[in-house]
Design a protein around this ligand. Structure first.
Ligand SMILES: CCC1=C(C)/C(=C/C2=NC(=C\c3[nH]c(/C=C4\NC(=O)[C@H](C)[C@H]4CC)c(C)c3CCC(=O)O)/C(CCC(=O)O)=C2C)NC1=O
Length: 165
């Protein structure tokens, strides 16, 4: 698993180079957002249950068919599985924010996920919508919509939807 620092060290070490200006700039911007990353991650942690609940309500309001007979989140078990998945996305985003790197998302969340979803008939489009709602709720909670704050959510959205076409 990588973070902003280990991934740079890996890249520079593999070619035997000292950090250059680009590396220093990347490190500076990581450290400059460091305190804000910790604050965001801790706000998410403190509000996780309510964020997930709100994201679920919003999603089911936007796509009501999901919780009607025949919908993938219909029945208590599947409804709960859907909210649990949203909780996974939120928790791993809170890790990736601190790491300043999306490697944890590849390794622990996204690997094999599309195949699992496809085999269970979990629709990707509404899942992506759910992650987008989580992102907007986090922006509102933290009180800003910086790129670094949206990055883990955008990454999951991109990775899940890209290969859907
Ligand atoms: C930490 C990484 C990780 C992820 C991401 C993960 C996802 C995940 N979601 C699953 C199921 C599921 N996921 C959903 C989710 C939804 N259905 C909808 O209509 C909505 C669009 C959406 C919620 C936003 C549902 C309903 C199921 C149960 C499907 C079924 O069993 O029929 C399953 C199948 C096994 C199970 O039911 O637990 C996995 C592996 N598991 C993991 O370990």
């Amino acid at each position: 698993m990588q973070d902003a620092i280990t991934s740079l060290i890996g890249a520079y070490d593999s070619t035997g180079k000292y950090f250059d200006r680009d590396a220093m700039d990347a490190l500076k911007s990581y450290f400059a957002t460091g305190n804000a990353r910790l604050a965001a991650s801790s706000a998410i942690t403190a509000n996780a249950a309510s964020l997930v609940r709100k994201a679920g309500s919003q999603l089911f309001e936007d796509v009501p068919d999901l919780i009607r007979p025949g919908g993938n989140a219909y029945t208590t078990r599947r409804f709960a599985a859907c909210l649990r998945d949203l909780d996974y996305y939120l928790r791993y985003a809170s890790y990736a924010l601190v790491a300043g790197n999306n490697d944890v998302l590849d390794e622990r969340v996204l690997q094999g996920l599309r195949e699992t979803y496809n085999s269970l008939g979990v629709p990707i489009g509404p899942t992506v919508q759910g992650i987008e709602i989580l992102k907007q709720l986090v922006f509102a909670l933290v009180g800003e919509s910086a790129d670094w704050l949206g990055a883990p959510f955008d990454y999951m959205i991109r990775e899940l939807s890209e290969k859907n076409i």
